[in-house]
Write a new protein. Structure first.
Length: 207
């Protein structure tokens, strides 16, 4: 399975995906990294692995449609079958979402549908979780649709919140879980064990 990774930051989930591929766990290859930031750490990871890294921003285009067409051309040229958002902080154009219907996934640092939506990313999520008094948090892999963090849930894993938890300590706990479940979810896609009907998703076990 050919994967495009979209990332805006340091790329720790991107690295986790590459590690799973290199270890033979994930039967896939990353054919391109797409980022909206020239200084994204993920780009350095891609270059070190000889993976094409393309920096592309909607601000350089006259319309969303022109931007979407450029993305679609890029994805087609790299024979992309699945898009994995890994800390990508921009909305994917609707045309791309429709073209890759049920084939775009995202990792979110909370147990959706709680603590999701516009503006809920990074430490903002962990701060909101702690302010709510929740006793558990975790990570969610979900299908991307045209609304932020509202697509069908593929996989989740929880972590306990301690009495002295801080946003930093919670972020570290959740990131560990992200690095576990994202490759696991992508493996299920690669092995065609993901089944989607409307908003219902189920994963069959490995052969």
């Amino acid at each position: 399975m050919n994967i495009a990774v979209f990332a805006s930051g340091r790329g720790s989930n991107f690295q986790a995906i590459l590690n799973a591929i290199q270890q033979g766990y994930l039967p896939a290859r990353v054919t391109v990294l797409i980022t909206n930031k020239a200084d994204a750490g993920a780009s350095e990871i891609a270059r070190a692995q000889n993976i094409p890294a393309v920096q592309i921003s909607q601000t350089k285009f006259s319309s969303e449609d022109a931007f979407a067409q450029e993305l679609l051309d890029l994805l087609r040229n790299h024979q992309v079958e699945l898009i994995a958002l890994a800390g990508y902080l921009k909305r994917v154009p609707s045309r791309v979402v429709r073209q890759y219907h049920n084939h775009i996934v995202n990792i979110h640092p909370a147990l959706l549908p709680a603590f999701g939506g516009p503006g809920m990313y990074g430490h903002r999520v962990h701060e909101a979780v702690l302010e709510s008094g929740a006793k558990v948090s975790g990570a969610t892999v979900h299908i991307v649709d045209e609304e932020y963090d509202r697509g069908p849930i593929v996989m989740q894993q929880a972590v306990a919140i301690s009495n002295d938890e801080t946003p930093d300590s919670l972020a570290a706990k959740v990131l560990t879980v992200e690095h576990e479940i994202y490759p696991r979810a992508l493996k299920a896609f690669a092995e065609k064990r993901i089944h989607i009907e409307g908003r219902k998703v189920w994963v069959t076990s490995s052969p």
